[in-house]
Ligand binder design. Structure first.
Ligand code: SF4
Ligand code: SF4
Length: 217
């Protein structure tokens, strides 16, 4: 082996302070005091999924949503920029002509689908979108049994979001656990904050609970 590649690491000789610390078990006592302090505080367990649910902040990047304008027209113009920018090639868009007023332009998406099993949730697609049609929403409960359920199509993505985009989030709300044909789901009620209040809340919690953004006030 070439000697140039061997790096000799010399240990510092312990000083008097180090020797005293080791003799008196200072680090051990510090560690144990921290453990004891935590074992005497209130236990924190979020009652998820039966009673409580965490609503992420607006900046959270969860499952995709496709959006409409105020008149209900689809914002997607099927330009395929999101497809081009996606690093994992998990979006498929097939454009088509439509002059029925379905979209904001005559070009709409015949197929728009994303494979969430391959998605990195990097947000590049929403950054590239010229019409703010695609957004990464706040749905993070994406576990499913069948692999094909990880692929979301345009009809599923166009459905209104459970958590409105202008809702600030960053809080624990009351929730209800449901199991139906489409699988288990935890429905959080954003207008009812949790009683347990284990998460540090702002003084004016109502600001976060009314579903309005700063812009709306
Ligand atoms: S979040 Fe990133 S990886 Fe996922 S679909 Fe968008 S661009 Fe692709
Ligand atoms: S979601 Fe946006 S970027 Fe993607 S095809 Fe539609 S308009 Fe273009």
């Amino acid at each position: 082996m070439n000697k140039n590649y061997i790096k000799v690491v010399e240990r510092d000789t312990p000083g008097v302070v180090d020797i005293i610390k080791k003799t008196l078990f200072v680090d051990f006592i510090k560690g144990m005091s921290l453990t004891l302090r935590y074992s005497l505080t209130r236990t924190i367990s979020m009652q998820y999924p039966d009673k409580e649910k965490w609503i992420p902040y607006q900046r959270f990047r969860g499952a995709h949503t496709l959006n409409r304008d105020e008149q209900g027209r689809e914002l997607c113009v099927a330009c395929e920029l999101c497809v081009k920018i996606c690093p994992t090639d998990c979006i498929k868009v097939v454009p088509m002509e439509d002059d029925t007023g379905r979209g904001i332009a005559d070009r709409v998406a015949k197929i728009w689908r994303v494979d969430l099993a391959r998605c990195l949730f990097c947000g590049y697609c929403q950054d590239a979108c010229p019409t703010t049609a695609v957004r990464l929403g706040r749905d993070y409960e994406l576990a499913c049994i069948k692999l094909e359920d990880t692929v979301k199509n345009i009809d599923q993505l166009l459905k209104p979001q459970q958590i409105p985009e202008n809702f600030k989030g960053g809080m624990v709300v009351k929730a209800r656990y449901e199991r139906n044909k489409s699988g288990p789901k935890v429905r959080g009620n954003i207008f009812e904050k949790s009683d347990s209040f284990w998460w540090p809340m702002p003084d004016k919690c109502e600001d976060k609970c009314d579903g309005k953004s700063d812009k709306d006030k």
